[in-house]
Design a protein around this ligand. Structure first.
Ligand SMILES: N[C@@H](CCC(=O)N[C@@H](CS)C(=O)NCC(=O)O)C(=O)O
Length: 199
């Protein structure tokens, strides 16, 4: 049984929920927006980040690691198989994560009143997101990111990140029509539709 600590708005948590949905795995979501869930998550994960998972009693940290474990144990199901040494896909997910981390950082600091006008490091985070999104846009091929042309971890990473950027209004995604087209094409996939945060 997969127990997942997180929130319904976190794009990283959503990635694990999507993979669990695709593989037909039951997933118990423990809400860390509420204090008891947050306290339990902190007792499990010293980084205090979500997603944190417990799989058959074992703690797993980080969405990328959790999804790797799920795919290794259960196979890819309808998702693109994870190939050993697929550096192109790893690089794509790393760049998508870099853009998302930069914007999450800027988002949290903006809540504390720190913006790009007051901190040059925040300005750099926005510029990093820009550079990363352009790099990703240049690699979109029709509605796919990888030559396999099959829905997989890179597409999941991009769709969850872009929908979070729109939800939190942290990045002008419309600047990249190729990315918008990819996200629109996959938006009605059941694993995406059923894990989308309430608007
Ligand atoms: N690399 C991590 C990133 C996870 C992450 O940044 N989670 C955010 C929520 S979307 C978080 O827990 N932030 C809490 C904090 O930074 O204090 C992963 O893929 O799981």
């Amino acid at each position: 049984m997969l127990r997942l600590y997180g929130t319904v708005t976190s794009p990283y948590v959503r990635r694990v929920r999507i993979v669990a949905h695709e593989l037909g795995l039951a997933c118990e979501l423990v809400d860390t927006a509420a204090e008891p869930g947050q306290a339990t998550m902190r007792a499990v994960n010293p980084l205090w980040k979500v997603p944190t998972a417990e799989l058959e009693g074992q703690a797993i940290f980080d969405s990328r690691v959790i999804n790797q474990v799920l795919l290794r144990r259960h196979g890819p199901g309808p998702l693109a198989a994870v190939e050993v040494d697929d550096i192109a896909t790893d690089n794509l997910v790393t760049v998508i994560d870099g853009a998302l981390d930069a914007l999450i950082n800027a988002f949290y600091l903006s809540k504390d009143g720190v913006g790009r006008e007051t901190a040059s490091y925040i300005q750099k985070q926005h510029q990093r997101a820009d550079a990363a999104m352009q790099w990703i846009a240049d690699r979109v091929d029709d509605v796919w990111l990888t030559p396999a042309k099959q829905f997989g971890l890179a597409e999941i990473a991009l769709c969850t990140s872009v929908e979070w950027m729109r939800f939190r209004q942290t990045y002008p995604v419309e600047r990249h029509p190729a990315i918008v087209g990819l996200v629109e094409r996959h938006a009605s996939r059941p694993s995406l539709a059923e894990t989308r945060p309430p608007s």
